[in-house]
Ligand binder design. Structure first.
Ligand code: ARG
Length: 464
């Protein structure tokens, strides 16, 4: 049995703790990942305590040097984390105390592990946000880089996974660029709320010790201090928001991955995936499987699961700190690790894939992708939309029976359908002409798309 007297709370305890409780309640096996943030936060706290007169300059210097040394040892892998010390915070502090004696025992003045862990976690998430943002910018660059390579390629656009209308390949690349652009905006907004200092909240009510929270906030590059200690001690909104943004990123990746899994099949043959991101079968020699894409899609499940866990975790928790909150870190770490790896690999796959122009071209001829353009042609001469829809629907029926594209119907057939369908129909039929007929803002009209490509190149710092 481990002696409670050896714990930082030993004073009031009689008897020993069941070793199963130590195993059950420890968090150092995962929160050791916060060590750099913990040390940085403690250094800022110690410097502040010296400013307010709670530590002498000499005590401050001993503590700062001691913490830096411990930081180096952990980075070098020579530091031994002890499970009985529960978490990263107490492991670091105990080591400091072993080395400095009473001076080390002063570090925890005016703070609690409740505000300490929240500070460390916010610092960690802030770094993770910045890493994710950079990875997303690279992914966006990979999509936008395709625009020069695939200039002029037309793809069949789908709704309900049925061929619908033609779209420029560049319009398609920019569709994903936009989605990940919104994710980056969400990260930036989340970062503002993450970037508020909780330290000084102490356990839940604040402290009677003279402290200067603004001093610590400035030292740690926080934009401000959390206003209400009771709120701050219980708050994990910042972590949940981050987990949500990660979930949306994973969802966007999953959509893209699914699409490309389909497109790479022999049935579609729209693209050839780079072999570096595929794996084979142990039994079927011919197989080249899109495993990376499948795992990007599959790992989205755990990211969703992590978000759900976090939401359930805080459900019904009374104010303020409750030990339940310790369960937040593994979920956030896992989502961050998963999404970072997925985004990085996605960029490589986007860059390495080749569109199969002949196979795509073959599909453009089929599927009546120009039918809506023809209908709009008729609407523009004054025919009501519902009527035009019916007329073109019937013409498509005629073409389907003959198994020819609309452009192959005789002028007499168009005339019989509606007198306004004259020779001019042949100027909008066929996907190339249909693409040119688009005009609305945000559409796949070549001029609109070119403008957007230029805009994104500028935003992403790419060559025009
Ligand atoms: N390991 C704990 C956590 O991650 C640190 C805070 C513990 N606070 C406490 N009052 N027991 O939440």
């Amino acid at each position: 049995m481990a002696k409670q007297q050896h714990k930082p709370w030993g004073g009031v305890f009689e008897g020993d703790v069941d070793p199963r409780v130590e195993r059950f309640s420890e968090s150092v096996s995962f929160d050791h990942r916060l060590y750099a943030q913990d040390i940085r936060g403690s250094i800022a706290h110690a410097r502040m305590l010296a400013e307010t007169g709670m530590l002498s300059a000499d005590e401050r210097d001993q503590i700062v040097a001691g913490l830096e040394e411990i930081g180096h040892e952990i980075a070098a892998g020579t530091f031994e984390f002890k499970q009985e010390l529960e978490d990263v915070h107490m492991n670091v502090e105990r080591k400091l105390t072993e080395r400095l004696g009473d001076v080390g025992r002063k570090l925890h003045t005016g703070r609690s592990r409740n505000d300490q862990v929240s500070t460390d976690f916010r610092l960690w998430i802030r770094d993770a946000i910045d890493r994710t943002d950079q990875l997303l910018a690279n992914l966006q660059r990979a999509f936008v880089d395709r625009c020069d390579r695939d200039h002029g390629i037309i793809l069949p656009g789908y709704t309900h996974l049925q061929r619908a209308q033609p779209v420029l390949a560049n319009h398609y690349w920019l569709a994903y660029t936009e989605k990940f652009g919104r994710d980056r905006e969400r990260l930036a907004e989340c970062r503002r709320r993450v970037n508020q200092l909780p330290l000084g909240t102490a356990a839940l009510a604040g402290t009677t010790i003279p402290i200067d929270r603004r001093h610590v906030a400035a030292a740690l590059d926080f934009e401000g201090v959390v206003a209400n200690s009771l709120d701050s001690s219980s708050d994990r909104d910042f972590a949940i928001e981050f987990a949500f943004v990660l979930t949306l990123i994973a969802e966007h990746l999953s959509t893209w991955a699914e699409e490309w899994i389909l497109w790479s099949t022999a049935e579609f043959r729209f693209l050839r995936l780079p072999h570096a991101y595929c794996t084979g079968s142990s039994i079927m020699p011919q197989k080249i499987n899109p495993d990376v894409l499948e795992l990007i899609r599959g790992k989205t499940a755990r990211v969703v699961g992590n978000l759900t866990s976090l939401l359930v975790l805080i459900k019904g928790l009374p104010l303020a700190y409750n030990r339940d909150l310790q369960e937040d870190k593994p979920r956030v770490f896992d989502s961050a690790d998963t999404v970072e790896a997925s985004v990085e690999l996605a960029a490589a796959v986007v860059t390495g894939a080749e569109l199969n122009r002949p196979a795509i071209h073959e599909r453009l001829e089929r599927g009546y992708l120009d039918a809506t353009t023809l209908m709009e042609h008729l609407i523009k001469v004054g025919v009501p939309q519902r009527t035009a829809h019916e007329i073109i629907g019937k013409l498509v029926g005629v073409a389907m029976k003959r198994d020819v594209p609309l452009a192959k119907l005789e002028l007499a057939e168009f005339q019989a359908a509606h007198p306004a369908l004259d020779q001019s129909v042949y100027t909008v039929l066929g996907v190339e002409q249909a693409i040119l007929a688009f005009s609305s803002e945000g559409s796949t009209a070549p001029a609109m798309v070119a403008k957007q490509v230029a805009l994104w190149k500028e935003r992403l710092g790419l060559e025009p």
